[in-house]
Ligand binder design. Sequence first.
Ligand code: ATP
Length: 222
Amino acid sequence: MRRDTAVHGAPIGLLGGTFDPVHHGHLRPAIELQERLGLAEMRLVPGHVPPHRRPPRADSEQRLRLLQYAVVGAPGLVVDARELRRGGYSYTVATLYELRAELGSRPLCFVLGSDAFLGLASWYRWRDLETLAHLVVMRRPGHALRLGDELAEWTAARQVLDPAALRGCSSGLILFQETTPLDISASRIRRLIAQGRSARYLVPDLVWGCIAKEGLYGYPQI
Ligand code: ATP
């Protein structure tokens, strides 16, 4: 843990994901956390090949394009395509090492939904994460937070209740933060489109327009 290091600058947030496609369940919590935690910016980092799940349905360039449409007019949200450029499996720990080298002692907040947090202990070199970033967990509707023993113990030793604590050191703390609960998932959006139904208003209009124009996820082409 790096709780003793002097820190410089407002924290940077990072929300990783497959974003297949990006939706309001990512974007609304992202902007709320950016404001509430006083983040200089929230970076949305699309993964190339996810280590823990099936390959994304849309290719990396398409998912990146959707993200770029999603952040139009939202200055607090920034798309960071480093995992796509790096190629191969997108290990979070590798991304955080890169960012830590760039940011020096600046606080870094790695944000994840409660569903992803439950599986943390299966991530590659997950115990290194605390030396690199704080973890901010947003509750996801429909996912009860029942932690396994190992993760529960690890979490209890690092959990803080006050978001201000994250500004006082560069990494090593865990915060559970409420955000507007939005029961939206990319898999449901893909399913709706494949069934010929609309996913409008679950994603930003510019994202929906791009899905339709490019015929993504089985959107019918005429
Ligand atoms: P899929 O349905 O394909 O599994 P997803 O909707 O979970 O996709 P991801 O790109 O896998 O989207 O998620 C990226 C991150 O955002 C993860 O940490 C996930 O927990 C979180 N997340 C996704 N949707 C929500 C939501 N509706 N509310 C809160 N967190 C979310």
